[in-house]
Design a protein around this ligand. Structure first.
Ligand SMILES: *[C@@H]1O[C@H](CO)[C@@H](O)[C@H](O)[C@H]1NC(C)=O
Ligand SMILES: *[C@@H]1O[C@H](CO)[C@@H](O)[C@H](O)[C@H]1NC(C)=O
Ligand SMILES: *[C@@H]1O[C@H](CO)[C@@H](O)[C@H](O)[C@H]1NC(C)=O
Ligand SMILES: *[C@@H]1O[C@H](CO)[C@@H](O)[C@H](O)[C@H]1NC(C)=O
Length: 443
């Protein structure tokens, strides 16, 4: 409540001279040139603040407390015990839903989806589960799939771009681009691939580790569904066989044994190393590599953790996905910031996080995340990511963009005239002096 009053006051102070100067204002009877009309900020009403945030009571995470006792809908003097049925396990995973900080207000659509709540498609030699707008309507720009392979992901394509990140194991990918250039690569855990929209590809676990591989796929459309990709076998099973014979200049019988239904994920023998398996291509090299050895990129150390960024500046083919891999040490925090025009699709790799999304007009909501959860922050919404656990927090920030971009609250205020900042926040010079002109990212 305070927040909105405050911002209205602040906006009033900022915009007042502009409103006065606007000739189009029908309510102003005085012309802007009239000497009697206010023409400078000196005639603005004196600054007045509503009552400050006088309570210094923290609105801490209740995560630890909820692990060790039955979660209650109580924060300080607010709330009451739960006396009806209770899903204790869910309440332990999202303490800030049951007992939100008193700074939460209004409505922010749900921005948490654990892959654990997704339907899983079990196949021989693997599985796949997905998140898209069907389960998380706020996530309109990107969708995700968690895929496990001891085997082969069938040759296929789709109308969206695909960004892949390997959690464990090694995979061999293949693709053929328009113009007939081909690509093959062996990738390790932490490496990334990108298949542009419509480019046919395959993903196969190698036998480097007996367990195979598991990886994350992010698609540049929130309505993507893993179940409606274009599969090689599905297509050929839906073409009259004489057409196949004519197309490949062979007999109808040559296609007597093609599968009648799609394979999707199926067992196959592991591939030889890429160097041996490559098909010689008379059409030349792909213009840009379709994978990036991100596992070998150095992390930038930061006060509270580290970051590494991968976007089209270093991985040129990745025109629709940019990413940051962020670690936050115990007690640390990805600082207050926002992304100017890009929604963020986040994936939590390890640790426990608390995030408050500020969605303007007094709306704010706090979410808690663990490894395996997906988060989503719409473009321009302010947020932080706090490590509330006992282990390093690691997560991916993913954007439908060719460039990683963010705005740091701290840096913004440090680079703004101090008197202007003081006029808004009623803070002293000592506090202003702590603001940092270089971006901190993780504190
Ligand atoms: C939470 O923080 C707000 C703002 O500082 C404060 O007014 C409130 O008293 C705090 N709530 C509790 C339960 O401590
Ligand atoms: C992995 O597969 C390759 C090619 O199929 C084979 O040559 C190699 O011996 C296999 N390695 C292991 C450890 O099974
Ligand atoms: C952190 O450790 C404390 C003490 O062992 C424990 O009570 C708490 O549940 C742990 N928190 C998390 C997030 O694991
Ligand atoms: C600002 O951050 C840099 C590192 O990014 C640090 O060296 C410096 O001490 C910081 N300055 C202040 C005023 O905190």
């Amino acid at each position: 409540m305070f927040g909105s009053t405050f911002f209205i006051t602040a906006l009033f102070l900022i915009y007042q001279p502009i409103v006065w100067a606007a000739p189009a204002s029908s309510e102003s009877s005085a012309s802007p040139d009239s000497p009697s009309s206010p023409s400078s900020v000196s005639s603005a009403p004196t600054q007045s603040f509503t009552a400050g945030l006088t309570s210094d009571d923290p609105n801490d995470s209740l995560f630890d407390q909820f692990q060790n006792e039955i979660p209650e809908a109580i924060r300080g003097t607010l709330g009451a015990t739960v006396i009806g049925p209770q899903n204790v396990i869910e309440d332990r995973l999202s303490p800030d839903f049951l007992a939100p900080p008193s700074t939460d207000a209004g409505s922010v659509a749900n921005a948490k989806w654990p892959f654990s709540l997704s339907h899983n498609r079990l196949q021989t030699g693997g599985w796949a589960r997905q998140e898209n707008v069907q389960v998380m309507p706020i996530a309109t720009e990107m969708a995700g799939v968690d895929m496990r392979l001891q085997a082969e992901r069938e040759l296929h394509w789709h109308s969206t771009g695909e960004w892949g990140f390997i959690f464990k194991g090694q995979v061999q990918i293949t693709a053929v681009m328009s113009g007939g250039t081909n690509y093959i690569a062996d990738l390790d855990a932490g490496d990334v691939w990108y298949f542009p929209s419509g480019i046919p590809h395959s993903i196969q676990a190698t036998n480097q580790s007996a367990a195979g591989a598991e990886f994350l796929l992010v698609f540049d459309s929130g309505s993507f569904s893993e179940d409606d990709t274009f599969l090689l076998t599905d297509w050929l099973a839906h073409i009259p066989k004489e057409i196949l014979a004519k197309n490949f200049r062979t007999s109808i019988e040559a296609f007597d044994h093609i599968p009648a239904t799609e394979l999707y994920i199926f067992p196959s023998s592991p591939p030889p190393p890429a160097a041996q398996n490559a098909v010689s291509d008379p059409n030349g090299q792909v213009p840009q590599a379709l994978s990036f050895p991100w596992s070998k990129s150095a992390r930038t150390p930061l006060a509270g953790g580290s970051v590494k960024i991968l976007d089209s500046t270093t991985f040129p083919i990745s025109q629709t996905i940019a990413a940051a891999d962020v670690t936050v040490g115990v007690g640390g925090m990805r600082e207050l910031h926002w992304h100017p025009t890009q929604d963020e699709w986040s994936y939590f790799i390890s640790g426990t996080a608390r995030v408050t999304i500020f969605a303007a007009e007094g709306n704010a909501r706090t979410f808690d995340y663990q490894a395996g959860d997906i988060g989503y922050v719409p473009a321009s919404c302010g947020h932080y990511v706090e490590n509330i656990g006992n282990d390093t927090l690691e997560f991916l920030e993913i954007f439908k963009s060719n460039k990683f971009e963010d705005i740091s609250l701290n840096q913004w205020l440090a680079l703004t005239p101090p008197d202007l900042v003081k006029a808004h926040l009623n803070i002293d010079d000592a506090t202003i002096a702590l603001f940092n002109k270089s971006e901190q990212t993780v504190v």
